[in-house]
Write a protein that binds this ligand. Structure first.
Ligand code: 5GP
Ligand code: ZN
Length: 112
């Protein structure tokens, strides 16, 4: 996807603070953190959202969630939150699947 911000970040053509990378996944610090620890975990390859990736490559979706879970576990012994905003009503603003990992403070419920 030529015009996708996260494709460019995953390819390294737009800089970001990487905290994890493997053959298929990259994790970066969010540019506008909503918690002391806030990273975004995404596939290097473009998939618009979680439902698209679920249909295209369920194993890769599992790897993204697993990587996010491990980053969360390592970030705060008291716990963490994974968020996957999907679509307009879900609050998604970048249409390249990413899992938010938030920690370092107590989270509220329900979400806004
Ligand atoms: P969404 O709203 O799609 O769930 O999440 C998009 C996230 O990407 C937001 O938390 C936003 O702060 C983050 N973001 C937007 N542009 C950039 C950028 O250029 N670099 C980084 N590292 N994060 C970004
Ligand atoms: Zn993309």
């Amino acid at each position: 996807m030529d015009d996708c911000l996260f494709c460019k970040i995953a390819a390294g053509t737009i800089p970001a603070k990487e905290v994890y990378r493997d053959d298929a996944i990259v994790a970066i610090e969010d540019i506008n953190p909503q918690a002391p620890f806030h990273v975004l975990v995404m596939p290097v390859k473009h998939f618009a959202n979680a439902g698209v990736l679920a249909d295209a490559d369920e194993a890769l979706l599992g790897r993204v969630v697993a990587a996010a879970s491990r980053l969360g576990r390592g970030s705060d012994p008291l716990g963490y939150r994974l968020v996957v905003n999907t679509g307009a009503h879900g609050g998604q603003t970048v249409d390249h699947l990413h899992v938010h990992v938030l920690s370092g403070r107590a989270m509220q419920w329900p979400p806004g």
